[in-house]
Design a protein around this ligand. Structure first.
Ligand code: PMP
Length: 379
């Protein structure tokens, strides 16, 4: 069949390509996938089951169940974010849909969208599908992968129309402080950039509180925040996320959403209400466990000479392997059966690094880091 140019030219995900290699063997320990190894809290699962028993299988409101939007708005007060549940919250099919809608609602063909890299792989294709041009803003290991005013200016982001901000970051685990975000916010105000802030890892920070650009002066009205239930509540398969933003942006996103998705799936919305009402303790336990694993992984990599900065959030470490990261990852998989993702998959600044997910049991992490140490020793 003849395909659209758009579909034909969309590149395949570099992560997926790599995992096909790993799938060919059955002794592989994967530190590759970016999803929790936990199940959703039982209370949330029970609420989903209960909703089905009560026959709740219809559409919800386009914007999502009112009860859920209220909980989401209330939940975000912990980040000093204040949104009206009726007009400034949109429940989506995963954070993925929220990112896609934000691009489609905010980007005109030919608009330039600045993306700091290394970062999550879906932004580039999303921008392209919306007709925008991606402008890469490299971040540096020397800055612990924080975005700086200097790197924005050096990349020519003053000419951009929109900035995609992802902290805590996938793949580096980097977080940004309020002071660092103040610099970025000043740049955005000075150069009139709007922002899509993907804060899906906001609940997964270690020893620091999540800082959001929305709390900087003048930023709330120019920012759409994306978040969701996949990471913090281990609900990846339930496909539920949301966007928060000024009424005009959320209205525009909802107009697209009502034709393309109609409403986010109903069953997980019941689970999500319960997650927000009652699952803070489970989230805290998962964060504590990730934190133990994070300390183990970071210290093991540093011991074996693969320099790793202290990631403040998400569930990724980003050790330096030097040289050709793709060749390193392939050889590691071949020799020791450990799958990691080459850093260059995530764009500029990722070369010479590996993304290592520690959303895996302590036992597997110990075994995997032993194998990696043996591999490094043997090189
Ligand atoms: N944003 C980032 C930064 C992510 O890492 C992911 C998942 N890998 C998503 C968005 C997509 O999340 P969801 O499952 O809610 O669509």
């Amino acid at each position: 069949m003849r395909l659209s140019n758009r579909a034909r030219t969309l590149p395949e995900s570099g992560i997926r390509k790599f995992f096909e290699l790993a799938e060919a063997r059955d002794d592989v320990i994967s530190l590759g996938v970016g999803e929790p190894d936990f199940s959703a809290p039982w209370a949330a699962r029970t609420a989903a089951i209960d909703s089905l028993e009560r026959g709740k299988t219809s559409y919800t409101a386009n914007r999502g169940m009112a009860a859920l939007r209220e909980r989401i708005a209330a939940h975000h007060e912990r980040y000093d974010q204040s949104y009206q549940p009726e007009s400034e919250v949109l429940v989506t099919t995963g954070a993925s849909e929220a990112v896609d809608l934000a691009f489609r609602a905010l980007v005109d063909p030919g608009d330039t969208v600045a993306v700091h890299e290394p970062t999550y792989i879906s932004y580039g294709p999303g921008i392209e599908l919306a007709g925008g041009e991606r402008l890469t803003v490299p971040t540096r290991a020397a800055d612990d992968f924080a975005l700086t005013r200097e790197s924005l200016a050096a990349a020519g982001a003053a000419e951009a129309d929109l900035l995609v901000l992802c902290y805590p970051n996938n793949p580096t685990g980097a977080t940004m402080t309020d002071e660092q975000l103040a610099e970025v916010a000043a740049f955005c105000r000075d150069e009139d950039l709007r922002v899509v802030a993907d804060e899906i890892y906001a609940a997964l920070t270690y020893g620091t509180d999540h800082a959001s650009i929305v709390t900087q002066p003048g930023m709330r009205e120019r920012t759409v925040v994306v978040n969701g239930f996949s990471k913090a509540y281990a609900m990846t398969g339930l496909r539920l996320g949301y966007a928060l933003g000024p009424t005009d942006a959320i209205d525009a996103m909802n107009r697209i959403h009502q034709y393309t998705m109609l409403s986010a799936p109903t069953t997980p919305q019941y689970a999500a209400v319960e997650a927000l009402d009652r699952c803070d303790d489970e989230v805290a336990e998962m964060v504590e466990e990730y934190n133990r694993r994070r300390r183990l992984v970071v210290s093991r990599f540093n011991e074996m000479g693969l320099d790793t900065f202290e990631p403040g959030g998400a569930f990724y470490a980003f050790p330096e392997c030097g040289g050709d990261d793709e060749a390193f990852a392939e050889a590691l998989l071949e020799a020791e059966g450990v799958a990691v993702v080459p850093g260059s998959v995530f764009g500029a600044g990722g070369e010479g690094h590996l993304r290592v997910s520690y959303a895996t049991s302590m036992r597997e992490l110990k075994e995997a880091t032993d194998r990696i140490a043996a591999f490094v020793e043997g090189r």
